[in-house]
Each structure stands twice: as C-alpha cells, then as structure tokens.
Design a protein around this ligand. Sequence first.
Ligand code: FAD
Ligand code: DLZ
Ligand code: SF4
Length: 504
Amino acid sequence: PGRIILILGDQLSHDLPSLQIGDPQKDCLLMAEVAEEASYVPHHKKKLAFVFSAMRHFADELTAAGWNLQYVRLNDPDNSGSLIGELDRALEQFTATEVLVTEPGEYRLREALNTWSGPARITMLDDSRFLASHDMFRSWAEGRKQLRMEYFYRDMRRKTGLLMQGDAPEGGKWNYDSENRKPAQNDMFMPKPLRCDPDRITQDVLELVEHRFPSNFGRLTPFWFAVTRAAALKALDHFIDAALPLFGDYQDAMLDGEPFLYHSLLSQYINIGLLNPLEVCRRAERAYYEGHAPLNAVEGFIRQIIGWREYMRGIYWLKMPGYTSENALGAGRDLPEFYWSGETKMACMAAAITQTRDEAYAHHIQRLMVTGNFAMLAGIDPHQVHEWYLAVYADAYEWVEAPNVIGMSQFADGGLLGSKPYAASGNYINKMSNYCTTCTYDVKQKTGPKACPFNPLYWDFLIRNREKLSKNPRLMQPYRTWDRMSAEKQQEYLISAEKVLNSL
Ligand code: FAD
Ligand code: DLZ
Ligand code: SF4
C-alpha cells in the first residue's frame, strides 16, 4: 500500500518536499477545501477566491503530471469541514499506513496533526522553501541578548551568496536603506500590476465564495490575481521590468489613489507556494548585474525576502504558542468599527482601509505606519488587531502576519522584534504621503477638534506607557520634549487625546 500525501492550501509548489519523495505510482495525494481553514478568521473574499482557485489549478497540474489525487471541494456533500476530518475520511477509502505532509506554516495546524490519533503514522517533512530551518534559527537566536534582523540577514546573504563578492557585500555595504526614503509625487509615471483574467475555474470559485461567504469583508471583483505558477512567473517578470528599478527609492512612500506604487505584489504568490522566494531573489539579483536596476533597489528588495520574511518565521516558531496573545503594553480597547467600513474622516486611514477592502492589499508602510500605528497609539487590543490583519490581506498566514503585527507594529512582545515602538505623529505621514492635503483634519494642528488625531494620540500613548517605555534609550528624546512642555500644553494634549479615544 502507498501513502497519503496531504497537501495544504499554501503548499502549492511542485518542488514541495513531500512531492519530491512521493511516488506517483503508489501514493495518493489529498487536497481539501474545508470550512475550518476558510473561517478560522473571516478571510477577505479575494483571499478565499485566490486560495481556492490556486488550489484547484495546482491540483489539475498534479493530475496532469500523473499523480493520483483526491480533491475535496468545499461544497462536496461529504466534506467533513476540517483537514483532520478529510484525512480520516481518506484513510477509510485507501489502505495506507503512512501519511506524509510538509510541515504546516501555522502552529495550530501542526498541533492538530501532531496530536492526531488516526490509524496511520504521520511523517512531517521540513519545509525546504525556507532558508533557515527551525534549528538553525534557534541556534542563531540562542545566547544573544538582543535579536536584530540585520545580523540574521547578513548570515542569509552569506548562506545564499546573494549580492556577495566573496565574503564582502556587493558595493561595500550590507544595507542601503538610507537611500530608500523618498516621498513620491503625483505626476510620476506609475507601473500597474499585471492583471490576469479569471478563467472558468476561477469564475466557478468566485461564485462559490459569493454564495458561501456573502457577508465576509472585501470586494470580490474585479479579481485579477495570478492563480498558477506560470501566471505568477509573468507577474514576477513584470515587476522586475517595470517597478524594481524604483522599488528602493519609493519603498516608504504613500500616495493617494496609488495603492501599489513600486511594490512587487508578490507576497501572496510566494506565501502560497507559486513562487519560490530564492528564485525571486535570484531574478532581482540578475537585474542588478545586468544593469537594469540599481543596488539600493535590489538589495532592499532581497533584504525583505531573505531578511525580514525569514526572520519573521524564525521568531514565530521560537515564540509559539503564546505569541499571538502577547500584550506587553496591556492595551485593551476594541478595534474600531471603521477598520471594517473605512468610514473615518482620517484620510490616510480611509485610504488604507478602502484599498484593503478593494484589493486585499496594502503595502508595508500603510500597514505599519497608518493602520498599525493608529491601533497602537489608540491602545487597541493587539489580539483583535492581529485577527484583523490575518483576515484582510491576501498574503496573510499567521507565521508571517503575527510577528509583523504583534511584534513589529504593536510592540506587544515588549521589544523582542523591534528596538522601539513604531509610534509616529501625523508629521511622519505628512512627510511620506499626500493624504493630509485632502484630510478633514489639519496635520499642523497639535490639539483641538481640527487637529490630526495622530498628534495628541502620539503623546497620550507615550504618557500612558511611560513606566514601560521611558527607559528605552531610543525614546529618551521624546520624553524629554514632553517634560519641557508647559503643564498647560501637556493638559491640552491629554484632553484632545481623550476626546479622540472617546469617539472611537
Ligand atoms: P514588497 O514591498 O514588494 O516587498 C517584497 C517582498 O518582501 C514581499 O513580497 C514579501 O515577501 C517580503 N516582505 C517585505 N516586508 C516583509 C515583512 N515585514 N515580513 C515578511 N515579508 C516581507 N507580509 C506577508 O507576507 N503577510 C502578512 O500577513 C503580512 N502582514 C503584515 C502586517 C503588518 C502590520 C505589517 C507592518 C507588515 C506585514 N507584512 C506581511 C509585511 C509586508 O507588509 C508585506 O509582505 C508586503 O506589504 C507585501 O506586499 P509586496 O509583495 O508588494 O511587498
Ligand atoms: C488560507 C486557507 C484557506 C482559506 N482555505 C484552505 C483550505 O480550504 N484548505 C487548505 O488546505 N488550506 C487552506 N488555507 C491555507 C491553510 O490555512 C494553511 O495551509 C495553514 O494555515 C498553514 O499555513
Ligand atoms: Fe492622516 Fe492626520 Fe494627515 Fe489626516 S491629517 S491624513 S489623519 S496624518
């Protein structure tokens, strides 16, 4: 008897370890669309359609390649609703003594498989699509007083040889971020992301999602994501040609009406398995050596993938379980309703949220410095913030989302991931975007009913958390500034902040 090879919805890679060692003559593949995965958070409609359509296309490719594959659709009458249930059901049909699975990306699912008491032995394989294994990350982290991405990143550069000249980094520096902070202008020529037309399979899935999840967040159509590896490769080529050269310069910029700027929009394809992260980096590196894109762009892009992305995964597995309920600052306010409706007079927030609703996408600085920054300043319960991010983005899986939200954006892990909270007043948003020019609020006003809400909230946040944050060397300066303010000015800030908070 052969084995059952379970393939999860974000394991759509032909070089997946379990497929590499599987035997198409003997083994049976199992893929299942299940209610449990589709609703552990109320996923954005576009995300659901993306996952199901990509799963169906991948299943067809595997069948065409000669595999014996059992595919369970969400609406199949016998669908048990969970991956474990589908595994049990498959084992009733096939006599198999072994189940093979590539390690799931999320702790929840790994636990469910590890504690499964079904009639076969489970073999779990390391996910070779990541550069750093759990052991490697753990031994890197052990014995360090502080974990900092930059040092981990350098090791990943050495390990991959990306942008290396022998032992030295290309160009003499490891990091060219200081060149990557230009604000964008409205009259710039903007590349548009590659749009794919939905085929028959995708159209079926769109109907399914509309029918089964009518009240989930997000606009389902127009739906233009790539859902096959071939199309995702085209999206990669398009990004390299059209946007990579200016990716670095405008990486931190935000512009009203331009949701994508020079970003790659590749995260959902990488995370679901259609593109391999290392192949994406090699492609970008080639563009540098061919003289198509400058070093600051290519280094910055590669750092996000072999640096941040891998680092986030390492932190996740180091700290789970428990990481998603961390709340170092004791924040407890409910997530405001406008995170779902977009109905707020704050122009920057409205732009980030409506774009998230329409595209299941926002770029990094919007996630970090607009919606994330606001939630932290307002003292929103980090677990609710985490669940929102996990639901609304097409690229969101807990292993990468949680460290970004709990750690980087909310400082809820108390500084494990970042050396200081990413807290900023309206001034930062004004510098990096043009949102303030059309906003009801005035970014220059510090207090009072017309003042940009980020301004009083910034100070209120620092004062609210003074005991926990004032010893942070990187926050000495703002606390000194506060202490030099007149008592009257301080009072105005706190009263304005209270009014903002009461209105949420
Ligand atoms: P680009 O700007 O083109 O970057 C290139 C690639 O680098 C991305 O495709 C991605 O693979 C990688 N990358 C960049 N930054 C990060 C990062 N901080 N962590 C991990 N990978 C990174 N990314 C996710 O993939 N899933 C998430 O659920 C997610 N949630 C986030 C939540 C918050 C609060 C924040 C601040 C960031 C989050 N990120 C997440 C990271 C980042 O915002 C997205 O990876 C990026 O916006 C995806 O768009 P892009 O492909 O156009 O990225
Ligand atoms: C995200 C997702 C969704 C929406 N649906 C499914 C599904 O029906 N079947 C499946 O196998 N996987 C799905 N996924 C992806 C899983 O949630 C993902 O594999 C785990 O969270 C581990 O990262
Ligand atoms: Fe956002 Fe404040 Fe600028 Fe309005 S004024 S767009 S709320 S930063």
